[in-house]
Design a protein around this ligand. Structure first.
Ligand code: ATP
Ligand code: ZN
Ligand code: ZN
Length: 793
């Protein structure tokens, strides 16, 4: 009987839907489900995941596993189950869902070496290449070719292999380099008396005395001692130097001090309810609905404390990296170094080291963005999703998973707790809480008895009627002025980066668009036009490419232009801009937010990343300038998005006792998202919005599935989409559903690819997915399927 493993390849390809069988050679007989291995696949060696083990008689034609990647299985049962659930729910292959659990997602590479087999005759009749291998250990082809340039090396090696004199060995070349550091250690068994022996060597004596108290120190902290001092002591047997692996940690030097807050009754009640469930060791989901500044983070901290006391591990998710730093800071204040951070701006090395730390049980808390939900953990106790309503929790590429649902399944399979927190819960989550599927916890008031800010709505139509064209209304100008005079801080939200949002010919109306996408190019500071979809750039044309007129004008205001405008109006104010253009560097977010927290700047201006979750003591004013661009999107979630953005942004003002003031500039002052946000009334907004969802049969009353069809040629795409829609109608005859479309995607063309959508609404999504798979639509290369899409466009 031979041991055979069924293996899924780590590749982002939906067509490799099945696993492949490989023989497990004797040397790897310990291999089991969940291990990562390396296998030959086509002409390459690729990373694969073992999902099944079987013993079979006949393995003709099967290849062998050539290497094992880790020292233990990467996937435990709970992770395997979650990966399988993702594959079946989001219609992707198991390889695609399993690779989500691997940081970096890049496949490993493997080098082939040739090794001499020890022969009894001791190589009397053997050729020089065999002898060379015997003397030098395993070597690869290139190396051998270099030493023996006149040989036809491939032929020789083939002969030696067939004669059984050499064998192939595979070594994994890890892309993530391990980091080593030198340490100086005292020799425990040295019996020389340094005071006598080193009497005339003051530097050496000083170092030995230091080492006698410290025992072990990193070499780099001993820069005052030269290498000769160290060498001499090593030679005399006082100390020795070792090269040890160190695990990287970019957040190691975060300064923190322990702070313990006394909790208010609402916080205590929330913690008590969750704790009761933790003690039962059963899965459950809680929705913590707490207004902005109600102290949700403190609840998270207390729950994680309980979990850590039980020696279980916790994952805390934030919607974007910009918010990680504050969460890390608050958690460090309570858990000091029991934390690792995981997000995509960290290198693969750093992420691997973080996983190693968790694996060693050196730390037990992970803070990270979306992908951190996949961190391998042995003993998951809780997943906390802060700002659970955020769209960034949905991955907008294959597999189109939603972090909340993945977390739900992971905690379910590990008997752990899922805690969702928000001041503006998603309609789905609040609805589930109403139906008792989730347990609702609420924090109805701000801590410190702070009031929620007062919100003033400026009707921009009146400004226009007054003949004003500035992006800043009179009221906003007055608010900024007052805030600056009071030495307080203001946050201004403008959801458009760049300088001018489009460039237009005054003569013929031609708008300069990207050559590859169906969107206008955005003018940036540096005098270039940039496409925000594909990042391609153009220089600004001197004349209109359409009519050759020279009347080229810039329209619309982006963050860069607003920054100029603020400096012009308030020359003494200090303005800090935060958008994608100012945060490309690693730790750039941290720096900007830290500078603002330390009040080095008075105005923080930026895209939506400035609006969420931040807790700045001295911010009393907030302005939201671009809410119309959110509520006018023709998507069924537009009002929800608008309400959330307004409530979250307003929520940054006056969190610490001082009265907050918010200004919203809009051309739609009567829109219900705006009026309810003004009153901080989530419940009324929820009911009004749910009414509308019910009438139109949208989630949470119904499930959605979006089929995206694409092609390089628009005409072909339209034909294909129509054929597909007809096919779908036939296919779904027996299922209760609504098929809408095909219709053009919101942006018709991105990176030279045209897109059209078909939307299916149904309460029987399981059946629909099954039909789609039976008809192999999930495998078609010109289609992607987005289950539970965040937008219908
Ligand atoms: N029990 C407490 N006593 C005093 N201060 C507290 C207490 N709980 C929290 N705080 C403080 O109140 C402030 C707001 O808390 P936190 O940032 O957790 O609010 P939040 O609910 O997460 O708000 P948002 O949804 O706006 O992010 C923080 O500065 C926090 O340190
Ligand atoms: Zn023109
Ligand atoms: Zn483009």
């Amino acid at each position: 009987m031979n041991k055979v493993a069924k293996i899924f390849i780590n590749m982002p390809i939906k067509t490799i839907a099945k696993g492949y069988s490989y023989i497990v050679p004797d040397q790897f007989s310990y291999l089991d489900i969940g291990w990562r291995v390396c296998v030959p696949f086509g002409h390459q060696y690729l990373e694969g995941f073992v999902v099944e083990i079987a013993f079979v008689e006949n393995c003709d034609g099967l290849k062998e596993v050539v290497a094992v990647i880790d020292k233990s299985a990467w996937f435990n049962q709970e992770m395997m189950d979650t990966a399988k659930w993702i594959a079946s729910y989001y219609l992707c292959s198991l390889g695609e869902s399993m690779r989500l659990f691997i940081p970096g997602k890049k496949s490993i590479s493997v080098d082939l070496f040739y090794e001499a087999i020890a022969l009894e005759e001791n190589g009397i009749n053997c050729c020089c290449i065999y002898k060379y291998l015997q003397a030098n250990g395993p070597l690869n082809l290139n190396c051998l070719k270099k030493y023996f340039p006149t040989y036809d090396m491939e032929k020789v090696l083939e002969r030696l292999l067939s004669e059984g004199k050499i064998k192939k060995v595979y070594k994994i070349r890890s892309r993530a380099k391990e980091k080593f550091e030198k340490f100086v250690m005292i020799n425990e068994f040295c019996d020389k008396d340094p005071n006598i022996y080193l009497k005339n060597k003051p530097a050496q004596l000083r170092l030995v005395n230091l080492m006698l108290t410290k025992r072990k120190l990193p070499r780099k902290t001993l820069m005052e001692f030269s290498s000769s001092v160290i060498h001499a002591l090593e030679k005399d047997g006082f100390i020795h130097v070792v090269n040890e692996r160190v695990l990287r940690d970019s957040y190691k030097d975060y300064h923190f001090q322990m702070v313990k807050k006394s909790l208010n009754p609402s916080q205590e009640n929330a913690i008590e309810q969750v704790t009761a469930k933790i003690c039962e060791k059963k899965h459950d989901t809680f929705l913590l609905y707490g207004v902005t500044g109600s102290g949700k983070t403190e609840v998270y901290i207390n729950i994680v404390e309980k979990i850590r006391k039980l020696d279980k591990q916790a994952i805390i998710l934030v919607p974007e990296i910009a918010l990680a730093s504050q969460m890390i800071q608050r958690f460090k204040e309570n858990f000091s170094n029991d934390i690792v951070v995981m997000h995509s701006k960290l290198s693969i090395e750093e992420r691997n080291d973080a996983i190693e730390r968790l694996h060693n049980k050196e730390v037990g808390i992970v803070i990270g963005a979306r992908s951190a939900v996949f961190v391998p953990l042995d003993d998951l106790g809780v997943i906390i999703i802060d700002e659970e309503h955020e769209v960034s929790y949905k991955q907008e590429e294959r597999p189109y998973y939603h972090t909340r649902e993945v977390a739900k399944m992971r905690t379910f399979y590990s008997n752990a707790i899922l805690l969702l927190g928000s001041a503006t819960p998603s309609l789905e989550s609040y609805y589930k809480a109403q139906c008792s599927e989730y347990k609702l916890l609420s924090l109805p008031k701000r801590v410190n008895n702070s009031n929620l800010p007062s919100v003033h709505i400026v009707d921009m139509r009146n400004e226009l009627a007054k003949g004003k064209r500035s992006i800043l209304s009179d009221d906003l100008y007055a608010l900024i002025k007052k805030t600056l005079e009071n030495k307080e801080q203001i946050i201004i939200l403008l959801n458009r980066r760049g300088h001018s949002t489009f460039v237009l010919c005054r003569e013929c109306g031609h708008i300069i668009k990207c050559n590859h996408c169906d969107v206008p190019m955005v003018y940036h500071f540096s005098g270039i036009l940039r496409c925000h979809y594909c990042d391609s750039v153009k220089t600004v044309p001197q004349e209109c490419p359409h009519c050759y007129s020279r009347y080229i004008k810039y329209f619309g205001t982006g963050t860069q232009k607003l920054e100029e405008e603020l400096y012009r109006l308030f020359p003494n104010a200090s303005v800090l801009r935060m958008d994608r253009d100012t945060t490309t560097k690693k730790m750039a977010y941290e720096k900007i937010l830290d500078d603002f927290r330390k009040e080095k700047y008075q105005i923080l201006l930026g895209t939506q990343m400035v609006a969420k979750g931040h807790d700045f003591k001295n911010v009393t004013a907030v302005a939201i300038l671009s809410i119309d661009s959110t509520i006018n999107i023709p998507d069924f979630r537009a009002a929800e998005r608008g309400f959330q953005l307004l409530t979250q942004a307003s929520g940054r003002a006056g969190r610490h006792g001082n009265q907050g003031n918010v200004i919203v500039q809009t051309y739609n002052p009567c829109h219900y998202a705006i009026t309810h946000a003004k009153e901080h009334d989530f419940i009324s907004f929820y009911h009004e919005e749910m009414n509308f969802r019910k009438i139109l049969n949208y989630p949470p009353y119904n499930q959605l599935l979006k089929i995206i069809i694409f092609d390089m040629v628009e005409e072909i795409l339209i034909k294909k989409a129509e054929i597909l829609a007809r096919k779908l109608h036939l296919m779904m005859k027996s299922v209760k559903c609504n098929i809408i479309g095909p219709f053009s995607a919101n942006v018709v063309k991105v990176k030279d690819i045209y897109k059209m959508n078909i939307l299916i609404k149904s309460r029987e999504m399981g059946k629909i997915k099954q039909l789609l798979c039976e008809n192999e639509l999930d495998k078609r290369k010109d289609i992607t399927i987005d289950v539970d899409p965040m937008n219908s466009l």
